[in-house]
Write a protein that binds this ligand. Structure first.
Ligand code: C2E
Ligand code: CA
Ligand code: CA
Length: 585
């Protein structure tokens, strides 16, 4: 098959006409053809690879005939009108399929697209030989043109935005595919222009109504179309968002161009064509044709636009780093549900807590670990804050609680007197049934209440609502211990400390790590410890990394220590070995 025929077939298939059901808009034309020519048969016949397929037909029963000897194929190949007054006297068509089925007369006009591809023929046929006048030839051409207009109309449907008259996202995707075919590996740049940001959009929707937004889109479309080079196609994606493609250029040039367009949009406000304040922003994405699908181009361009807004700049280039960060967050949020279910990705490690005076291990803090199937080990410092304010916070803490309680129960059965501390987010305390579920699980495992300590940050403990206060009360009443985690990092620590219903204060590691090196830190830690003692709290120092810090804490009368100097967070089996060595050593 030659290249021209290949392109022709591609164009034909792109139209999605082949093998579609009959449609009245085409049938109307064939009926009219049959009447005008006073002939029993007429058809809109499309030339596929090996067949003539009838989009519309009058007087024929079948949908298709072989392409080989069909006169319509002759029309298609020559792109000329073809008149055969009598098939039986034609050397070419005497033995054709049509002649064999009793057809004597044929006249067909080519169906030609704007790009010059002949899709097939508009034809009329008769069972008697016949002549065609000049005027009838013109009529047949007109009918063919009507068929083409109908085809184009149908094709444009769903590709043109009725509001602005601009092409839409579907057309963008299609045009990008065409570009890829013609010039794959070329570099292009997508400019994504947003007239107003999402919150402005909803505010305008609310105050001015939807018709106003329509008008705003139209004005912005006109303005942008005038501002970009003539001949460059602008697409409206909806919601005052536009995209267009430009040639690759330096970052600086692209930014200059984007800011120029932005100025043009802002000028609409100064000239009062737009009666409200708008904040246009433009995202820029250079890409290689063929390397990114249309959806990815638009997504990245939108990301660049949002990043530009966040950075309070009018325009910005796509940053793969920033985008990767958002993508990663998105993946983590999306995957935590699965991780909670499959019992293969999440696990707990236990970091020992020792009494400073005796060196005895009194307990351990349960710390969550996530081995993500594609991202590898993900730190809780990264995923907990993401999840904390989502509905996943509840099942996540429940998972941690259940596993920590089972581990504590197992140690309890082995005769090890260990207290397991569990981290709980502020949002968990807002769950009405938090304490009940926790206590039920402990009872089910026959675990004494003193075997679990709940770590909460100051902000979770101070100024909470009634629900949270009740949860805390219930836990304390049941005999659980409460620890104030990350002590010293909150602002209200000192004035509120006496109001917090807790047993333990865990001094944050930022004060502890440098202990023994810095005199000011030491003063601070010293007063934190003595104040906590005065208020009746037990004090634990976190992040003890050196012998020096450890010794200072002994001198300052701190009760317990936790940190790399003593042990890293350990898997339960490793923790047990560590404990064994410590007792024996
Ligand atoms: P955190 O509660 O302050 O936990 C202590 C963190 O300090 C842990 O980090 C621990 O590995 C680390 N650490 C322990 N000793 C040292 C030391 O000597 N030096 C230094 N530089 N770091 C030390 P990790 O495990 O990455 O946890 C980070 C944070 O994630 C935790 O801070 C906690 O806020 C949160 N988190 C961890 N597990 C859970 C959980 O099960 N539930 C909730 N809600 N939060 C959790
Ligand atoms: Ca903690
Ligand atoms: Ca902490």
């Amino acid at each position: 098959m030659n290249a021209q025929e290949k392109n022709r077939l591609f164009a034909l298939r792109q139209l999605n006409l082949l093998d579609t059901p009959p449609s009245e808009s085409f049938d109307r034309i064939t009926r009219m053809a049959s009447q005008l020519f006073d002939l029993p048969i007429s058809a809109v016949s499309l030339t596929d690879e090996n067949r003539q397929w009838f989009k519309s037909r009058v007087g024929v029963d079948h949908w298709e005939i072989p392409r080989e000897t069909a006169p319509c194929n002759g029309v298609c190949n020559s792109s000329q009108i073809l008149i055969i007054p009598d098939l039986l006297t034609s050397d070419t068509y005497r033995d054709s399929y049509l002649a064999n089925s009793g057809i004597r007369f044929y006249a067909g006009a080519p169906l030609v697209t704007r790009e010059g591809h002949t899709l097939g023929a508009m034809c009329v046929l008769g069972k008697q030989p016949r002549q065609v006048t000049e005027q009838e030839q013109a009529t047949l051409r007109d009918l063919a043109a009507m068929v083409m207009a109908q085809i184009e109309l149908q094709h444009a449907f769903g590709r043109v935005d009725p509001l602005t008259g601009l092409s839409n996202r579907n057309q963008f995707a299609e045009d990008l595919q065409d570009l890829e075919r013609d010039a794959s590996n070329d570099r292009k740049v997508a400019l994504f222009t947003e007239m107003v940001d999402a919150s402005e959009l909803s505010a305008l929707h609310r105050t001015m109504g939807p018709a106003f937004l329509d008008e705003l889109s139209r004005i912005a479309a006109r303005c942008l179309q005038q501002a970009i080079s003539p001949g460059v196609k602008l697409y409206h994606l909806g919601g005052c968002q536009f995209v267009h493609l430009v040639e690759y250029a330096s970052d600086a040039d692209l930014l200059t161009e984007a800011l120029r367009l932005r100025q043009a949009l802002l000028a609409l406000v100064t000239s009062r064509e737009v009666p409200v304040l708008v904040h246009p922003a433009i995202g820029i994405v250079p890409f290689y044709l063929g390397a990114l699908a249309a959806g990815d181009v638009l997504r990245s361009a939108y990301a660049a636009c949002l990043d530009a807004r966040l950075a309070e700049k009018g325009a910005g280039l796509y940053s793969s780093d920033l985008d990767a960060l958002y993508q990663r967050r998105f993946i983590l949020l999306g995957d935590i549900g699965r991780a909670l279910e499959n019992e293969q990705e999440l696990y707990l490690v236990y970091q020992p807590r020792v009494a400073l005076e005796s060196g005895e291990c009194l307990g351990a803090e349960a710390l969550l670990r996530w081995h993500h199937p594609t991202l590898g080990e993900v730190s809780p410092g990264e995923f907990i804050p993401l999840i904390e304010n989502t509905p996943m916070a509840k099942p996540l803490t429940q998972w941690v609680m259940r596993h920590a309680i089972h581990q504590a129960a197992s140690w309890h059965r082995q005769g090890k007197a260990l207290q397991v501390s569990v981290n709980v987010s502020a949002t968990n305390l807002e769950e009405e049934d938090f304490a009940v579920r926790l206590l039920e699980e402990m009872a089910r495992m026959a675990l004494p209440s003193a075997a679990i300590e709940v770590e909460l940050t100051e902000s979770a403990l101070i100024g909470q609502g009634e629900v949270a206060a009740n949860q805390l009360k219930a836990l304390i009443a049941a005999g659980l211990r409460i620890a104030i985690d990350d002590f010293g990092t909150g602002y209200s620590s000192l004035s509120y400390l006496h109001e917090i219903p807790a047993h333990t204060v865990k001094i944050d590691r930022r004060f502890i790590t440098d202990l023994g090196e810095d005199a000011r830190t030491e003063t601070l830690v010293k007063s934190m410890i003595s104040m906590a003692h005065d208020l009746g709290y037990r004090v634990v120092a976190e992040g003890v990394e050196s012998e020096a810090a450890y010794q200072r804490l002994v001198q300052l009368g701190c009760e317990e220590a936790q940190g790399y100097f003593i042990a890293r967070p350990l898997l339960p089996e490793v923790f047990e070995e560590w404990l064994q060595d410590r007792v024996e050593g």
